[in-house]
Design a protein. Structure first.
Length: 434
């Protein structure tokens, strides 16, 4: 079906959108039915979703109908070019076509949904994530303005996720996400579940408990196990995969690499985990770092292979957006050189990662580069002062990020003294809902 759609689409020109848009009511009704079915299959991570999208796009091309309803098909086709063919250039092309279709029609709920697909699932690979976040926030504001309240929660959900993964200040982010959760609980409980998982990650990094499950009023439960059970019961595999990704990322930042690997393997056992998403960038990155570290600890060739595989993936994505991937690629390559005991090359790449992270405003990745550089120097140098200085700088970065919980873990692990550790930790009550 993908091949047939690609062949049919090969003769399509963007100019056709401007020539023919309107068709009879029966054609529009067919597309409305397609859209309802696609929304249902997406929430279930159904294997029929690609087929439905391809059939919808074929119907559009064969009937020369390019109304706003068809933008869903073109946006999905863009995403499945990435998922099924790793054709990121093709994905960008068809995403641009979908946006062109949207520009020809008044805004509606479809406009919001398609912008979320394009900017949240397709353009994250080629557009700086800060710009992607702005586009998604625009889609959210548009949805609220026209009354598409439920649909507008998806781009808002992705805004908070980008802010978290890109290293925005966690204290400020916690405040905004708390407000978002109240709105999501009212308009879109599926998004609320996803953002509660983000809030758990924020809490763990900050070393507090804001009790985000209060918004469900005991209808879900009190921890992520309840969300995972709910996802399994409702066959919501997107939510289930994200639950494992959240656990993996949290375990990584806590330095619990054994648990991180268990969660990652559980996640990868689910078929829907193979689809590239925003969060898969970070699971690939963090798993590669764990792989190289484990290789140095126990000479595991399997773990070294995981590290090398992460370099290949991040380097492939880097060509589409150096801004998004440069500091990650430098740090993975530094860890590879560290595993090969090439001290000078490793040091140079650590420093390159630190500079790139700093230039692009990723304070958390700057701290991560200092931390891993310190780990390496402590294993190869007779002078512990260099390694200790790296840990102090990492600690400072984590405090600037607002990750007081992560900073405390680092302080205890490396016995940083009071002169190294500013007394800036918040009490637990600061993050609680009164």
């Amino acid at each position: 079906s993908m091949a047939a759609t690609t062949r049919l689409a090969s003769g399509f020109r963007v100019e056709q959108i401007r020539k023919v848009q309107s068709r009879g009511r029966h054609v529009r009704n067919v597309f409305q039915l397609f859209i309802r079915t696609i929304v249902a299959t997406f929430s279930l991570s159904s294997p029929y979703l690609p087929c439905l999208s391809f059939v919808m796009m074929q119907y559009s091309l064969q009937n020369e109908f390019y109304g706003i309803e068809t933008s869903v098909a073109f946006a999905n086709f863009a995403y499945f070019n990435i998922v099924m063919k790793q054709d990121y250039i093709g994905g960008q092309h068809w995403a641009t076509v979908a946006l062109e279709i949207l520009n020809q029609a008044p805004p509606s709920c479809i406009t919001v949904r398609v912008n979320w697909i394009i900017h949240g699932l397709v353009m994250v690979w080629s557009v700086p994530l800060k710009e992607t976040k702005r586009k998604l926030f625009d889609a959210y504001q548009l949805g609220m303005k026209i009354g598409a309240f439920s649909a507008s929660m998806y781009p808002l959900c992705f805004c908070s996720r980008i802010a978290l993964l890109e290293g925005e200040n966690l204290t400020l982010l916690s405040q905004s996400v708390t407000l978002d959760l109240k709105m999501m609980a009212k308009y879109n409980r599926h998004c609320a579940k996803l953002v509660v998982l983000d809030m758990l990650m924020i809490d763990e990094l900050r070393g507090i408990d804001s009790k985000p499950f209060y918004i469900f009023k005991d209808s879900i439960g009190n921890d992520d196990k309840d969300i995972m059970n709910n996802a399994q019961m409702n066959h919501d595999y997107y939510l289930l995969v994200y639950s494992y990704q959240r656990r993996f990322i949290s375990a990584f930042w806590a330095g619990d690499y054994d648990s991180a690997e268990i969660y990652c393997r559980s996640m990868l056992s689910l078929p829907s985990a193979k689809a590239p998403t925003l969060q898969s960038i970070y699971t690939t990155f963090y798993r590669g770092l764990i792989g190289f570290l484990r290789h140095r600890e126990c000479q595991s060739e399997e773990q070294y292979g995981i590290g090398l595989d992460s370099i290949v993936k991040i380097e492939f994505w880097w060509q589409f957006s150096p801004t998004n991937f440069e500091s990650k690629l430098f740090l993975l390559k530094a860890e590879n050189e560290a595993s090969l005991l090439n001290v000078d090359k490793a040091r140079s790449l650590y420093e390159a990662s630190i500079k790139s992270a700093s230039d692009n405003g990723r304070i958390h990745e700057k701290g991560l580069a200092y931390e891993f550089m310190g780990n390496f120097l402590s294993s190869v140098s007779n002078d512990p002062s260099g390694a200790r200085e790296c840990m102090k700088l990492a600690h400072s970065c984590y405090l600037q990020w607002g990750a007081f919980g992560k900073a405390a873990i680092l302080s205890m692990k490396h016995e940083l003294n009071e002169a190294d550790v500013p007394n800036t930790y918040p009490s637990l009550k600061h993050g609680r809902h009164e």
